[in-house]
Design a protein around this ligand. Structure first.
Ligand code: SRM
Ligand code: SF4
Length: 574
């Protein structure tokens, strides 16, 4: 990168932060305001929390000359998405006591709380740590929550792969004592000379970094959207090692073609023993060569695109001191979850529940939070968060299953997945009212839009045909909309860009089909395409593939052509 270019403002904030301390401790103690200083807001992300305000209340508060209704979002790391019943119960308690009474299951297998006021922030983070979970590096310019295929019925391989995910997570966790000092009343170190941050250094990474591990044929963790992915290669039930994929990502900005989503490149193979080393060295390549001058160009996907996957592989081999092996064959079938009950060979049962928008809460007609609380009280297995914002009640012993089935019935959770395959394959990001970047609704609107689209689905006999559909309130892509078959991306209040043609297994990017469409017109636009798909599809043809064959959109081969060839000739037939 050009040396004359000025570093981005965040680089200076990190440099002068004394390993992420800034003035966070002082800011927390200042009760004259519910907010934190601008610089500390950036640093707080590394500690797993974001300052937000309730956007539903903004206009009214402005009218009455009141400050914004500030509160904090906390993200809890759950490597591989596995939580014990005790951790679930504590998460539920804190959500009710300190947050807005809901638990958000995120698209990266983590928990989120919303609506924590400043005076409760420290106490909540401290109590999270008392449950053997943490929030450090849940956000910020570091490696985030490491994802992993959560299907426990693949128990032997899964257990091994999960251990690998947790190993990567531990190895890449920042070493600064700041987290302990600020939140856990840990002893203060005398001077920053004593501080060691061996992997990241003083300025950490140029931008956030994301790692995942998939076990084919399931791509439920969406490896193509991650900075670094490991694809388990399993032969005859034995884990041989992992293919290594680099440079995926979703974020883009409307109207800025220099930003685009990108599909990861698969560059080699490593053994299980090498994984942590490979993860560290890929992180070091990004630390040393990522763009620190422009945060819109600083994700690893741009480093890979600018320098080329071959260059990255050569540099990685140099950092490793050995070479990755050749890529091994594998197949992904889909990127969704498998709902309902499944039993493993040990006789334990696992139930995957559909959690709309990943939001666990009680409503009058659906007391999900309470029901799961009662289940957690007697559950002798664990809970697994999926990357599709769903929940697996896992490893239920034969003894407990009848009791759990009774509770599922009592709280109306039993049939959580008796829904159209369209809905079961849907994802929505948080968006309004908490996300400061959202341009339109997502989590609060997608359920209703799906109800409208389900009319077209039912009319055409497609209730059981899976089509992936994802909505985000802005093009940052938190629900990975650019690799779904139908993507809705917020453009302005009530208006969305519609993207079509993504790959069913998350292996291909979509393409813009229509821009800035009012929500009220979406069904009319999509119903004819759904109708033609039902009548004209080839055997086994997926909706995304059909949209390309029928000429609604051109195929997007790689991020660089995401904005190109928007209108194929056959566009007019839509
Ligand atoms: Fe995200 C920023 C929510 C997964 C790309 N994301 C945000 C913030 C923190 C908004 C902000 O910066 O102020 C959102 C908080 C909303 C709220 O009120 O809670 C937010 N992101 C989420 C979650 C909760 C969405 C959800 O509904 O589940 C997901 C939390 C994951 C986790 O547990 O760590 C979430 N975000 C993702 C993903 C999906 C993934 O990682 O698989 C992506 C796309 C993949 C990628 O990173 O490329 C994603 N989030 C972004 C971006 C765009 C980054 C970029 O490359 O440009 C931003 C904005 C930014 O970083 O500047 C962002
Ligand atoms: Fe917010 Fe945009 Fe992410 Fe949705 S996609 S949570 S609106 S940043």
């Amino acid at each position: 990168m050009s040396e004359e270019k000025k570093l981005s403002a965040n680089e200076y904030i990190k440099t002068r932060s004394n390993y992420l301390r800034g003035t966070i401790a002082e800011g927390l103690a200042d009760m004259s305001t519910g907010s934190m200083s601008e610089d500390d807001q950036q640093l707080l992300k590394f500690h797993g929390t974001y300052q937000q305000d309730d956007r539903d209340l903004r206009a009214n508060r402005r009218k009455h000359k009141l400050d914004k209704a500030y509160s904090f979002m906390i993200r809890i790391r759950v490597p591989g998405g596995v939580a014990t019943p005790q951790q679930w119960l504590e998460t539920d308690r804190m959500a009710t006591q300190f947050a807005n009474g809901t638990i958000k299951l995120t698209t990266r297998q983590a928990f989120q709380f919303h609506g924590i006021i400043k005076s409760n922030l420290k106490r909540t983070i401290k109590e999270i740590n008392q449950t053997a979970m943490d929030t450090i590096a849940a956000c910020g310019d570091v490696n985030r929550n490491v994802m992993c295929n959560p299907n426990p019925h693949l128990s032997e391989v899964h257990a091994e792969v999960l251990k690998v995910a947790q190993g990567i997570s531990d190895h890449l966790t920042p070493q600064t004592r700041a987290y302990h000092e600020i939140w856990l009343d840990g002893e203060k170190i005398e001077s920053s000379e004593e501080e060691v941050e061996p992997i990241y250094g003083k300025t950490y990474l140029p931008r956030k970094f994301k790692i995942t591990i998939a076990v084919p044929p399931s791509n439920d963790v969406d490896i193509y959207a991650n900075c670094l992915s490991f694809i388990a290669i399993v032969e005859k039930g034995k884990l041989l090692g992992f293919n290594v994929a680099v440079g995926g990502g979703m974020g883009s900005t409307h109207g800025n073609d220099a930003t685009y989503p990108r599909i990861a490149d698969i560059i080699g193979f490593c053994t299980t023993e090498q994984v942590v080393d490979v993860a560290e060295k890929v992180v070091l390549v990004q630390r040393d060569f990522g763009d620190r001058t422009d945060r819109k160009h600083s994700r690893f996907k741009y480093t890979v695109d600018d320098r080329g996957a071959d260059w990255i592989l050569a540099k990685l081999n140099e950092y490793l001191g050995y070479e990755l092996g050749p890529v091994r064959p594998f197949t992904f079938e889909d990127n969704g979850d498998r709902y309902g009950w499944v039993e493993d060979k040990n006789g334990n049962s696992h139930l995957t529940l559909f959690i709309q928008g990943g939001r666990v809460l009680d409503t009058e007609s659906y007391p999900l939070l309470t029901g799961l609380r009662e289940i957690a009280k007697i559950h002798d297995g664990d809970f697994r968060l999926t990357a599709n914002q769903n929940l697996i009640i896992a490893n239920i012993s034969p003894k407990k299953r009848p009791q759990i089935e009774k509770l599922l019935e009592q709280y109306g959770i039993k049939d959580s997945h008796e829904k159209s395959a369209l809905r079961l394959n849907s994802l929505a990001c948080v968006a309004l009212p908490t996300c400061s970047l959202s341009l339109a609704e997502a989590e609060r609107y997608l359920p209703d839009l799906l109800t409208e689209l389900e009319e077209a689905i039912e009319e055409n006999g497609l209730r059981h045909d899976a089509i992936t559909v994802r909505m985000t309130g802005c093009p940052n892509g938190c629900a990975r909309p650019f690799i779904s078959e139908i993507g809705f991306v917020g453009r302005a209040p009530g208006r969305y860009n519609i993207y079509l043609g993504g790959g069913f297994a998350g292996q291909r990017l979509s393409k813009l089909y229509r821009e800035n469409v009012p929500g009220t017109e979406i069904k009319a636009l999509l119903a004819p395409i759904i109708g033609r798909y039902a009548k004209e599809r080839n055997d086994g043809e997926r909706f995304g593939d059909f949209c390309i064959r029928a000429g609604y959109v051109a195929a997007t081969v790689q991020g660089g052509d995401f904005h190109k060839n928007i209108k194929p000739e056959a566009f007019a037939t839509a």
